[in-house]
Design a protein around this ligand. Structure first.
Ligand code: BES
Ligand code: MN
Ligand code: ZN
Length: 504
């Protein structure tokens, strides 16, 4: 992650000496008091640009002005935020990401941004969004690339200006929180972006152990015979074609009775070739991102532990590589999953549900108040919702409602699909308890129907992040590749968690 220092101090932009000062402007709004002072000192340069339409302050639009000593800031970056009435925390996140990237690309080291023209409801939440925007926007995955000179440019310090000393504490708290959350999302992005020859099940286990040691979590790992003895038939069936053996990891934060127990399950297929039901080669490289669920759970627990949320959280990571070989599972195989349910494998490419099913069945042993799984489960979910919304299906209205609200607040939005019993028929098998794939219709729903068999009456929600965990194109605060989607959502959900009602 970008190593920038975010400072907070009192001050106003027209009195602040700096390399580059960001002046936020709204569409069709009069200039803010600071903007007016700066405009006057610059001989009406700003109002002229706006009047002539040379600069329109639409969201994420910017314009660089040199000030030639007329004001203490050497340069001003006019930053568009769109219409004032439409301002939101996400737009702040986007616009600050834009400003940070442009400053970095100019080769400058320091940026100064006044908060007061953009404070939305709360100083702390505003500064949190700004910190998230800065750090998420500057993210790049550089572990394997020898950088070109311009790729070596780094922004070093960002100074946020607040009006009065009263707001200092609140702004600093918001910045710290934003830093913790963005750091976790970038950690998740890094794991997703790692190539599949590096990010093997074993490497993810080591990463979980390392996180556990640093954060004081308990960690348990099963592999080989221990995994067999535990009865993880799904994880074994998916991983047995690979020379990188499958594993199952649990991470425990907090202790039973310290707030509700919440189980987070993350699909960790480190590479999904499809197995014997092999995928077409086009875009197969993207299937290194099929462990995004596991990476998201790791990232979220990391942030939640640092934020010291008063809950008991169990992270469950089923890890396997889905490869074709002489030892791989075949279409037609019948396997027994944890809990004793038998599954007829129709296609070895519907592997995620096999490993997530095992992990959900295991999660029930903790008697959690809520179980949430995150999985890049189906291409059908990408067809239905694109890259904008995560698919949500579950058996508990209260949990779905909370996740939907956390999605709106973090702007990692979810959209519900139905999980009616009518769909169960699609995965009925004549010779086993169920099949791992339906006839092709309602793909995202049949995936969730399959998982439903493993949760029984536990309150549970499945989040299909196949479309949101990976970006084909860079956006305002993400780059092509892993997005870290789900980290902000889970942190929002669990840091505002209130005691969960006993029964639905
Ligand atoms: N990992 C894929 C789903 C996926 C597709 C994730 C595109 C991200 C982008 C999953 O294991 C898979 O292959 N699902 C199949 C299921 C089908 C065979 C029932 C799919 O969606 O085609
Ligand atoms: Mn697959
Ligand atoms: Zn998969």
């Amino acid at each position: 992650m970008a190593k920038i220092k975010i400072r907070v101090k009192t001050g106003t932009l027209h009195k602040e000496p700096c390399e580059i000062g960001v002046l936020c402007l709204f569409e069709q709004s009069p200039l803010s008091p600071v903007a007016k002072v700066l405009d006057k000192a610059l001989g009406r340069a700003i109002s002229n640009l706006l009047k002539k339409g040379e600069f329109k302050p639409g969201l994420n639009k910017s314009y660089l002005l040199h000030t030639y000593g007329k004001v203490p800031a050497k340069r001003l970056l006019l930053l568009g935020l769109g219409k004032k009435k439409d301002l939101s925390f996400d737009k702040l996140r986007q616009a600050t990401a834009t400003a940070a990237r442009e400053t970095r690309d100019l080769g400058l080291k320091g940026l100064t941004l006044p908060l007061y023209p953009i404070v939305l409801n709360y100083v702390s939440k505003t500064s949190q969004s700004v910190a998230e925007g800065l750090l998420l926007g500057l993210y790049r995955f550089e572990r394997f690339k020898h950088p070109e000179p311009e790729e070596k440019r780094e922004l070093e310090t960002v100074t946020l200006l607040v009006e009065g000393a009263r707001q200092l504490g609140e702004a600093k708290r918001g910045v710290r929180r934003g830093e913790t959350i963005a750091e976790a999302a970038c950690f998740t992005r890094d794991l997703v972006n790692l190539p599949p020859n590096e990010a093997t099940p074993d490497m993810l286990t080591r990463t979980a152990r390392d996180a556990a040691r640093r954060l004081g979590l308990r960690v348990k790992v099963w592999k080989g015979d221990a995994l067999k003895k535990l009865g993880m038939g799904g994880i074994i069936a998916v991983g047995k074609g690979s020379s990188n053996p499958p594993q199952f990891v649990t991470l425990e934060y907090g202790t039973r009775g310290r707030g509700d127990t919440v189980a987070l399950v993350g699909k960790g297929v480190t590479f999904d070739s499809g197995g014997i039901s092999i995928k077409p080669s086009r875009d197969m490289d993207k299937m290194k991102g099929d462990m995004a669920g596991a990476a998201t759970v790791l990232g979220a627990i990391r942030a939640l532990a640092r934020l010291k949320v008063p809950l008991h959280i169990i992270g469950l990571l089923p890890l396997a590589e889905n490869m074709p070989s002489g030892t791989a599972s075949r279409p037609g195989d019948i396997i027994t999953c944890l809990g004793g349910k038998t599954v007829e494998i129709i296609t070895t490419d519907a592997e995620g549900r096999l490993i997530v099913g095992d992990a959900l069945a295991y999660a029930r042993r903790y008697k959690p108040r809520a179980m949430i799984d995150l999985a890049t489960l189906t291409g059908a979910c990408v067809v239905a919702l694109g890259n904008t919304a995560t698919g949500m299906l579950g058996n508990n209205e209260e949990l779905k409602k909370r996740i939907k609200e956390a999605g709106e607040a973090s702007w990692e939005r979810v959209w519900e699909l139905p999980l009616w019993d009518d769909y169960d028929e699609l995965i009925k098998s004549d010779i086993a308890d169920m099949k791992n794939a339906g006839p092709g219709v309602a793909g995202a729903i049949t995936g969730a129907c399959f998982l439903k068999k493993f949760v029984e009456d536990s309150p549970w929600v499945h989040l299909d992040i196949a479309g949101t965990a990976w970006a084909d194109k860079s956006g305002p605060y993400w780059k092509e590749g892993g997005t870290g989607a789900g980290v902000r959502l889970l942190v929002e959900l669990l840091s505002r968690w209130s005691k969960f009602p006993a029964r639905k």
